[in-house]
Ligand binder design. Structure first.
Ligand SMILES: NC(=O)c1ccc[n+]([C@@H]2O[C@H](COP(=O)([O-])OP(=O)(O)OC[C@H]3O[C@@H](n4cnc5c(N)ncnc54)[C@H](OP(=O)(O)O)[C@@H]3O)[C@@H](O)[C@H]2O)c1
Length: 299
């Protein structure tokens, strides 16, 4: 298969790229940086100019869209919130407009989204793909981001919105950021620790995407999370146990709000128990279903 991936230089995208190349597929990187384009089939885009190399994009069987400004790279000023939003919605619209004009369209368009779609939920509440969007900045961005590609179904393209949970990897993302503190023995639950963390091991994700591509009946939103989410307190204890370090220093909510503002509130103090109903109902076999197995594999 010919697969084009935007954000292929990022944490999730580089794992996809490696996986698909290993399995004999042809992968084209879509990037804003010409320096990252190593092969002639790679694709340049300039989102500020609403430009993409249309000819180069034509003829791919699958397009995977992951690109977007990193949501935890810096605190959420008004300008950075605009960048988080625009980088996702404008890039999605550009891809959709380009696909609409193609004579040879991809069979599947997989677009990233996030479990932030559901907003903050009480720890006892369980949401799945049929649940409505929640409230908050991330929920609003996810809703708009998913809407930006909705028209594609009118053009015969199978559309999938991958609502990623917290991706666990030691190369980047949330786990990589907290690991040094845990290794120094400074790890601890965040505030009450009751907030639910819906997570997924990085090496599970390419298998899930491969499963989606192979199952034509799967379309629409798909929760990319493990079937066993945990509270932040459980996550903290499990991580401490796996790396054999104490986790006795809880971090007060006030401190998180002071240092990280709205970003700290939505990313660290809030959460949701998200159920991967689509995968459970279609017989997907999770390789890393529980946190201990996943963390032992990753670390
Ligand atoms: N990691 C997680 O835990 C997680 C959880 C939920 C959802 N997601 C979503 O999944 C997607 C991929 O996540 P990731 O962790 O792999 O992200 P990442 O490592 O931050 O990589 C994102 C990629 O997007 C491109 N990019 C960065 N800033 C951009 C901007 N301002 N405008 C356009 N493109 C930009 C970059 O590619 P180039 O520099 O090559 O253009 C980069 O490689 C993201 O959209 C993210 O929101 C991730």
């Amino acid at each position: 298969m010919k697969i084009a991936i935007s954000g292929a230089t990022g944490l999730i995208g580089s794992t996809f790229k490696e996986f698909f190349l290993r399995n004999g597929h042809q992968v084209s990187v879509i990037s804003r940086h010409r320096g990252f384009l190593k092969k002639t089939s790679d694709i340049f885009w300039d989102l500020n100019k609403n430009y993409i190399d249309t000819k180069a994009l034509e003829g791919h069987d699958v397009i995977i869209h992951l690109a977007g400004a990193n949501i935890s790279a810096q605190n959420w000023s008004a300008a950075y919130k605009k960048e988080i939003r625009d980088s996702r919605i404008k890039s999605t619209r550009l891809l959709v407009q380009t696909i609409q004009c193609m004579s040879n369209r991809p069979k599947v368009f997989l677009c990233a989204s996030a479990f932030g779609y559901y907003g903050h939920q009480e720890p006892e509440a369980v949401v799945d793909e049929k649940s409505p969007a929640g409230s908050g900045f991330l929920a609003d961005v996810c809703r708009e981001w998913e809407n930006a590609s909705a028209d594609l179904v009118l053009y015969g393209v199978r559309l999938v919105h991958m609502r990623f949970g917290i991706v666990l990897s030691k190369k980047g993302g949330a786990l990589a950021k907290m690991l040094p503190f845990f290794y120094w023995g400074l790890g601890g639950r965040l505030a009450s620790g009751r907030q639910k963390m819906s997570w997924i091991a990085i090496d599970e994700i390419p298998r899930m995407v491969d499963f989606i591509i192979g199952h034509e009946e799967i379309c629409g939103p798909v929760n990319m999370v493990s079937p066993k989410p945990v509270t932040n307190a459980e996550f903290t204890k499990t991580l401490g146990r796996v790396i054999d370090r104490p986790t006795i220093f809880p971090v007060p909510a006030a401190m998180i709000k002071l240092f990280f503002g709205q970003m700290g509130q939505e990313l660290l103090l809030e959460g949701a128990h998200v159920k991967p109903s689509v995968f459970l109902n279609t017989g997907y076999n999770f390789q890393y279903p529980d946190l201990t197995t996943a963390l032992k594999h990753i670390l």
